[in-house]
Design a protein around this ligand. Structure first.
Ligand SMILES: [Zn+2]
Length: 303
């Protein structure tokens, strides 16, 4: 285990979690084998990526169509002392500052956040956006623009047959991704938590600290729905038993979407009730004066 302090892989917001989600290309259910971390607020260019933990650089892949890490663009793999491998993908062309075999401390900058994919979702080195669009269209991809800049972070262990998980292609199903782990609990052990608001250090004993463990259980529930059995879940290092995940906090309101919906609905119902009460009281005959029912229009007008 490393003695270096936990460090954010990027000062960034959580965009997409580990697990099954609709495919970018087809919309069909698709295994997302890592965490997507977007650029931090106000920073759209050249966001540094740091090693989350000390390790040895076991692989550096280039953004070329023949890459052994096809789909990941410019990518770095760090092998950590605990037997885990961290993959940092989609880095900016020419930004990688480490080489294979190099030992890095947690917090060492290893590259810049980018959108490289070696494929049809972003330009290759030297390719203009127009050239990329023509190539992607010719191959049948019709994206509105290149993939947005983000860090795709994957955490892997040895494959089920004991072989190294790198290099390797992107898994296309949960069963192909049995060597992939949900990075969230791993980062939690490092004292880090990512949310849509950004990266945060977990304060021991805080509500975040107490609730973070529910994520791996919720992921086990998702994978179980996709047909993985208990042994396969054990291979994934997931605990069984489902608990609803902690709701994501809305960045502006500081509350979850459900809570916001409840507040808005409650506000509409309350406003409607008050309005109905006022209208009814105005329409009612003025009983205090004992006025007849036809006085109600005059009573309305006089108030
Ligand atoms: Zn991703």
């Amino acid at each position: 285990m490393s003695a270096s302090p936990p460090v954010n892989p990027a000062t960034s917001r959580l965009v997409s979690r580990f697990g099954v989600r609709p495919s970018m290309a087809s919309g069909a259910p698709h295994m997302h084998a890592g965490l997507d971390l977007g650029t931090s607020k106000g920073r759209r260019e050249s966001e540094p990526i740091y090693a989350s933990k000390a390790g040895v650089v076991s692989l550096v892949a280039a953004n070329t169509p023949t890459s052994s890490m096809s789909g990941y663009g410019n990518a770095v793999v760090l092998r950590h002392g605990d037997g885990t491998y961290g993959l940092y993908a989609h880095m900016q062309d020419g930004s990688i500052t480490v080489r294979p075999g190099q030992t890095v401390d947690g917090g060492t900058q290893i590259g810049l956040m980018g959108n490289s994919t070696n494929g049809h979702f972003s330009p290759l080195p030297g390719e203009s956006t127009a050239q990329w669009a023509a190539r992607a269209n010719a191959a049948g991809y019709h994206a509105p623009g290149p993939m947005v800049r983000h860090l795709h972070y994957e955490l892997r262990v040895a494959r089920p047959d004991g072989s190294s998980p790198f290099p390797g292609p992107y898994p296309t199903s949960p069963s192909e991704a049995l060597f992939n782990r949900d990075p969230s609990p791993w980062f939690g052990d490092l004292g880090l938590r990512f949310s849509t608001r950004g990266a945060a250090t977990i304060v021991p004993g805080s509500p975040i600290d107490r609730s973070r463990a529910s994520w791996s259980q919720s992921m086990a529930g998702t994978l179980a729905v996709m047909g993985l059995d208990g042994d396969e879940l054990d291979a994934l290092g997931q605990e069984t038993g489902y608990q609803p995940p902690e709701p994501e906090r809305d960045a502006k309101w500081g509350i979850s979407k459900t809570e916001r919906l409840m507040l808005v609905t409650g506000g509409i119902v309350l406003t409607g009730t008050i309005a109905a009460f006022i209208i009814r009281s105005r329409m009612r005959p003025n009983r205090r004066r004992g006025g007849p029912r036809q006085n109600r229009l005059r009573a309305w007008g006089s108030k």
